[in-house]
Design a binder for this molecule. Structure first.
Ligand SMILES: Nc1ncnc2c1ncn2[C@@H]1O[C@H](COP(=O)(O)OP(=O)(O)OP(=O)(O)O)[C@@H](O)[C@H]1O
Length: 270
């Protein structure tokens, strides 16, 4: 694949970044039992940027992503060492409230997973849990604003009481994004958010990511290199548990420093 065929996110509006490190990983290792799946990763994720994680299947993209909001805690045999910070605070600190962390660092999964409840309830569940809403009008407001931000309001405003699971796949994924937004996250993690979607639903999500950056910091795992180029400011290339390189997306795709990155982006393996 030549760079000429790619559309890069920097051809669109530039990201208004603050230049501040939002999340940082230092010597992060992840073990599944005795198997070390991530080998000492160091990474800075800048505020309001979109960073894409790419690399061959099994290289550890999802495992590393899950370190950023402690989702690996939910896997019994999984152990994380090293340090991950959010605004310089250690997110693995014993005193940290993990439920609160997962509101600040929200997550959208590969397969849309709305709760088996109404569209309205899907949105207000998190805000209620976190005590962000006190009245029906607070809830109505958060439902509307979250669905607006996720680009779904117009399509669902007349059927907020219908089940979220009755929406199309692409709509369900936007509902899941709205649900994440409803608890005012600072970072949104997306694990292959488009892989279950058709091309039209995919392009709607990609446009949405473009809208959301600037307000949120976004890390996205993708198998699709064109997608990484289209949506991300920075790209991180993983290979066999190592972060090989992270750089401006255009740089990674046009001038990679490491031979392994070059081989991957030119389709020689992967
Ligand atoms: N729950 C688990 N239990 C044991 N090993 C796991 C588990 N999840 C992942 N692994 C192992 O960790 C390594 C990295 O897997 P991971 O899913 O993070 O890679 P990935 O790059 O996201 O892959 P893909 O692109 O195929 O989703 C692999 O060797 C995988 O087998």
């Amino acid at each position: 694949m030549g760079a000429m065929q790619m559309t890069f996110s920097d051809e669109k509006k530039p990201t208004p970044t603050s230049g501040k490190v939002k999340m940082a990983a230092r010597d992060v290792k992840v073990f599944y039992g005795d198997n070390e799946a991530i080998h000492g990763v160091n990474m800075d994720i800048m505020e309001n940027e979109v960073v894409a994680f790419i690399g061959p299947s099994g290289c550890g993209k999802s495992t590393f992503l899950r370190c950023l909001n402690r989702m690996n805690d939910t896997i019994d045999i999984c152990r994380v060492t090293g340090k991950v910070t959010l605004d310089e605070r250690d997110i693995y600190d014993k005193s940290l409230d993990v439920v609160q962390l997962r509101a600040q660092v929200g997550m959208v999964f590969q397969k849309p997973n709305p709760f088996p409840k109404s569209i309205y309830e899907n949105i207000v569940y998190g805000p209620k849990l976190h005590g962000l809403v006190n009245s029906k009008s607070d809830m109505d407001e958060i439902v509307e604003s979250s669905l607006q931000r996720a680009g779904l309001w117009k399509e669902v405003k007349d059927r907020l009481d219908s089940p979220g699971t009755g929406l199309s796949g692409g709509q369900q994924q936007r509902l899941c994004i709205a649900r994440a937004i409803a608890v005012s996250p600072e970072v949104i993690l997306m694990d292959e958010p488009c892989s279950a979607l058709d091309p039209i639903a995919t392009s709607i999500i990609e446009e949405l990511i473009d809208e959301l950056k600037g307000s949120y910091t976004i890390a996205i795992v993708t198998h699709n290199m064109q997608q990484a180029a289209r949506v991300s400011d920075k790209t991180a290339f993983f290979h066999m548990g190592d972060l090989v390189e992270i750089s401006e997306t255009r740089e990674i795709f046009t001038n990679p420093k490491d031979r392994r990155t070059e081989d991957y982006i030119t389709g020689r393996f992967g």
